[in-house]
Write a protein that binds this ligand. Sequence first.
Ligand SMILES: [Zn+2]
Length: 65
Amino acid sequence: MGEGTTRDSIEKVRMVCGQCGSDEVTRDAWAAWDAEAQQWALRATFDYAFCHHCMTDAKIEEVPC
Ligand SMILES: [Zn+2]
Protein backbone atom coordinates (compact mmCIF):
# COMPACT_ATOMS: atom_id res chain seq x y z
CA MET A 1 0.00 0.00 0.00
CA GLY A 2 1.03 3.59 -0.32
CA GLU A 3 2.63 3.39 -3.73
CA GLY A 4 0.63 3.89 -6.90
CA THR A 5 -2.47 4.88 -4.97
CA THR A 6 -3.48 7.49 -7.56
CA ARG A 7 -4.52 4.81 -10.07
CA ASP A 8 -5.97 2.18 -7.72
CA SER A 9 -9.56 3.35 -8.05
CA ILE A 10 -9.63 3.38 -11.85
CA GLU A 11 -9.06 0.73 -14.48
CA LYS A 12 -5.39 -0.19 -14.64
CA VAL A 13 -3.42 0.55 -17.77
CA ARG A 14 0.06 -0.15 -19.07
CA MET A 15 2.25 2.45 -20.74
CA VAL A 16 3.84 0.97 -23.84
CA CYS A 17 5.98 2.14 -26.74
CA GLY A 18 3.83 3.13 -29.73
CA GLN A 19 6.54 1.75 -32.02
CA CYS A 20 7.36 -1.70 -30.62
CA GLY A 21 4.76 -2.24 -27.87
CA SER A 22 7.40 -2.76 -25.16
CA ASP A 23 6.62 -1.52 -21.65
CA GLU A 24 10.29 -0.64 -21.09
CA VAL A 25 9.48 3.02 -21.50
CA THR A 26 10.44 5.93 -19.28
CA ARG A 27 9.83 9.63 -19.38
CA ASP A 28 11.52 12.77 -18.15
CA ALA A 29 10.47 13.72 -14.66
CA TRP A 30 11.38 15.68 -11.58
CA ALA A 31 11.71 13.94 -8.24
CA ALA A 32 11.55 15.93 -5.02
CA TRP A 33 12.85 14.72 -1.67
CA ASP A 34 10.06 13.72 0.73
CA ALA A 35 11.50 14.08 4.25
CA GLU A 36 8.46 12.33 5.77
CA ALA A 37 8.79 9.23 3.61
CA GLN A 38 12.62 9.43 3.35
CA GLN A 39 12.51 8.84 -0.37
CA TRP A 40 12.37 10.69 -3.67
CA ALA A 41 8.80 11.41 -4.70
CA LEU A 42 7.60 12.13 -8.20
CA ARG A 43 6.96 15.86 -8.52
CA ALA A 44 6.30 16.33 -12.24
CA THR A 45 6.42 14.33 -15.45
CA PHE A 46 7.27 15.78 -18.84
CA ASP A 47 6.39 14.93 -22.42
CA TYR A 48 9.77 13.53 -23.44
CA ALA A 49 9.63 9.72 -23.53
CA PHE A 50 12.26 7.10 -24.27
CA CYS A 51 11.91 3.42 -25.20
CA HIS A 52 14.70 1.24 -23.81
CA HIS A 53 13.87 -1.44 -26.35
CA CYS A 54 14.02 0.79 -29.44
CA MET A 55 16.80 2.80 -27.73
CA THR A 56 15.32 6.01 -29.06
CA ASP A 57 12.62 8.61 -28.44
CA ALA A 58 9.21 7.03 -28.05
CA LYS A 59 5.57 7.91 -28.25
CA ILE A 60 3.97 6.29 -25.21
CA GLU A 61 0.55 4.74 -25.59
CA GLU A 62 -1.89 3.69 -22.89
CA VAL A 63 -3.28 0.17 -23.16
CA PRO A 64 -5.53 -1.76 -20.76
CA CYS A 65 -3.77 -4.36 -18.58
ZN1 LIG B 1 9.97 0.73 -28.49
